[in-house]
Design a protein around this ligand. Structure first.
Ligand SMILES: [Zn+2]
Length: 113
């Protein structure tokens, strides 16, 4: 394995750890620790902003999600949000990681935190 490959894997595992543990700058998490006054997502001001909401429902990230779902359903035949399924195809896992990274890096701006 070359060094670039290793960095890629490290990047994937860091992102997935954040995603799986729910420890990111999402408001559901911040609110639990009293960093924000509420846990509502700015997309409708009523849904709790869990990572699940952000990755699978939030309209703010609809475009990212569509690209990922199209790749998974349309080309690779894997389930776009099940890690077990994603892990069978390297490009699906990479696509998921890219999507999650984009969402997480946009989150502070989105939430204005
Ligand atoms: Zn939302």
């Amino acid at each position: 394995m070359d060094i670039r490959e290793l960095f890629k894997l490290t990047d994937i595992s860091f992102t997935l750890t954040q995603a799986l543990t729910g420890h990111a700058y999402n408001k559901h998490y911040l609110h639990r620790f009293h960093i924000t006054t509420d846990d509502k997502c700015p997309c409708d001001n009523s849904t709790s902003q869990t990572l699940d909401h952000l990755f699978r429902e939030c309209p703010r990230f609809g475009k990212l999600r569509l690209d990922h779902e199209f790749l998974c359903h349309g080309h690779l035949g894997v389930s776009p949000y099940e890690l077990r399924s994603l892990m069978r195809k390297r490009s699906a896992l990479q696509s998921y990681t890219d999507m999650v990274n984009s969402i997480l890096s946009d989150l502070k701006k989105f939430n204005n935190t």
